[in-house]
Design a protein around this ligand. Structure first.
Ligand SMILES: Nc1ncnc2c1ncn2[C@@H]1O[C@H](COP(=O)(O)OP(=O)(O)OP(=O)(O)O)[C@@H](O)[C@H]1O
Ligand SMILES: [Mg+2]
Length: 253
């Protein structure tokens, strides 16, 4: 059996305005695999990702019930060290926001904040994280150029590299290739296939096609409910629930 990295148990989330964005979600996320959360707009996918590194602490929430065990520890426990959690569980957003620094500076910023001063260690992190996202060869001769001068696809990979430089165990990706051309998208997807050897990856895809391409496991969300969860190879070829089937064949959504 694959190892369970994150166990989501009876998770319910209601925002301050009364919107129920997650209803009784039970989901075990496996280590060293890509788990895809997909479904129509407003289904609760981003809300769930935000719960996994406590980003919902920043929004107004009426109720948040249930448990999220990461390596067996309930991260919703008020005693959780949220800074440490966010190093362990890193998040990459849909729209890349590079920092107004050089390419190198984007990658060393987080480590320097965390107290790393050794140049050898910082240089190593820059090269390793850029190689992990297949960006090293494209930028190695201009690491001190402003990051903003990179193309959109390169900026997206730089943002992923920035998260990787902090060596998270879990990577959350919310539509990381929305707005990218197919070639850049292919590069990001190939990077994820490498990264899953050593990381747990949870991805909200930008299309059903992407979901089917990358999912080791796939979870279909509809209006705050988890409708179906299965290995990707099963869910996209033989969905058990009619609503899943209708959605993946384009009959709604
Ligand atoms: N900060 C918030 N305050 C109030 N309601 C919110 C907030 N964020 C999300 N919601 C609501 O919660 C529900 C789930 O939203 P969420 O963004 O998690 O869906 P999603 O599956 O990521 O959708 P999309 O595919 O459009 O990104 C929606 O009804 C949304 O309007
Ligand atoms: Mg979303």
């Amino acid at each position: 059996m694959p190892m369970v990295k994150i166990s989501i148990q009876a998770l319910s989330l209601q925002y301050a305005d009364g919107t129920e964005s997650l209803r009784g979600i039970n989901l075990d996320i496996h280590a060293n695999a890509i788990t895809v959360l997909f479904g129509p707009a407003g289904g609760g996918k981003s809300s769930l990702l935000r719960c996994l590194n406590r980003l919902n602490d920043l929004t107004e929430v009426r109720t948040l019930a249930g448990r999220i065990l990461v390596d067996g520890q309930d991260i919703l426990d008020p005693k959780t060290d949220v800074i440490a959690l966010r190093r362990k569980v890193g998040m990459v957003f849909a729209r890349p926001v590079v920092l107004p620094f050089s390419i190198r500076g984007n990658l060393t910023y987080g480590l320097e904040l965390a107290g790393e001063r050794r140049k050898s260690r910082l240089d190593e992190a820059v090269e390793t994280s850029l190689r992990q996202v297949a960006l090293w060869d494209e930028v190695k001769d201009r690491l001190d150029d402003p990051a903003i001068a990179l193309s959109g696809g390169q900026q997206q990979r730089l943002c992923l590299a920035r998260v990787l430089a902090l060596r998270p165990e879990v990577i959350l990706l919310d539509e990381p290739t929305s707005g990218l051309d197919p070639i850049s998208t292919g590069k990001v997807e190939a990077s994820l296939q490498e990264l899953k050897r050593n990381h747990t990856i949870i991805l909200v895809p930008h299309s059903i096609q992407q979901a089917a391409r990358v999912a080791d496991y796939a979870a279909f969300f509809l209006q705050g409910e988890l409708i179906e969860y299965a290995p990707g190879a099963d869910l996209f070829t033989a969905p058990r629930d009619k609503r899943t089937g209708d959605y993946i064949t384009g009959r709604f959504g």
